[in-house]
Design a protein around this ligand. Sequence first.
Ligand code: 2PG
Length: 253
Amino acid sequence: MKRIVLLRHGESTWNKDNRFTGWTDVDLTEKGIADANQAGTLLKEKGFHFDKAYTSFLKRAVKTLNCVLDKMDQDWIPVEKSWRLNEKHYGVLQGLNKSETASKYGEEQVLIWRRSFNVAPKALSEDDPRNPKTDTRYKEVPDKDLPRTESLKETVERILPYWKCIIFPNLATANELLVVAHGNSLRGIIKYLKHIPDEEIVGLNLPTAIPYVFEFDDDLNLKKDYFLGDPEEIKKLMEAVADQGKTTPDGRK
Ligand SMILES: O=C(O)[C@@H](CO)OP(=O)(O)O
């Protein structure tokens, strides 16, 4: 049996503030660090031994990975970072509060921007200081590949070459791989792995720092997938993520 664990980063400062984040490089909160440490402790308890780990160019994912590996005493394993594992680019929505955006444009519209497969928010203008072409970390990436906004479809299109050519082929020799990334970049991978139809992906919300295990047989066919943790608790966390796009995200009426 071979396993790949997908892990969304711990709580970030903009998760806490309920802001659209995308490619903005925000840090983990204290809680986010604690979440990440807890995920590492759980993975260790469950006996995982990763051969290699992958993460994005964004510090909330990189730092989560570091916490996890430290808790597992596996700091030494090879780690590869790729811009292709970055979060979906949220265009001009980046920085806006999700509830305020729902009050202004409606919850339905916010759901489309957050969870639909085909719709991308309005793109950043070329002269916007947040345009990734001005960020030195992406200097090796051809400009045509650098997004100014993305739908989930476009996010999947930039992740899949990396998944298919770099991450997945490793399972031929490795037994266990860890991928630490983001809510929507991981939704894209999960959609691909589980053949989730476009219209059903709207309902998938990933909680922060909950390991999601994918088991494959020796022919690399997917056999089983499950979250590590209490199913009731995980369901509540997923609902809380979905509710972030409501006008009252904490459930107040
Ligand atoms: O803002 C973001 O970049 C993402 C992930 O944190 O949020 P959402 O859950 O709204 O897609």
